[in-house]
Design a protein around this ligand. Structure first.
Ligand code: FES
Length: 74
């Protein structure tokens, strides 16, 4: 098995989410979405990753970045 990377390389985008995994992959069955709109995190700061919890707003304010969620609509 390949060794998990514990320290992020310079320039990485993921500061702390599931760092023991070689690659963070999530899948969604769109037909099973329960709400009309579901927001998925693209900033890698959400406490409910892969779902957006609004943490991108704090990140954007602190860094001047402009990231936001992916909205899946039924
Ligand atoms: Fe990451 Fe909203 S918390 S996009």
């Amino acid at each position: 098995p390949r060794r998990a990377v514990a320290v992020r390389a310079e320039g990485g985008v993921n500061p702390e989410i599931r760092k023991a995994e070689e690659k963070v992959v999530d899948s969604v069955v769109v037909a099973e979405l329960s709400k009309p709109v579901t927001a998925y995190c693209r900033c890698w700061r959400s406490g409910t990753f892969p779902l957006c919890d609004g943490s991108h707003m704090k990140h954007n304010k602190a860094t001047g970045d402009n990231v936001g969620p992916l909205l899946l609509k039924k």
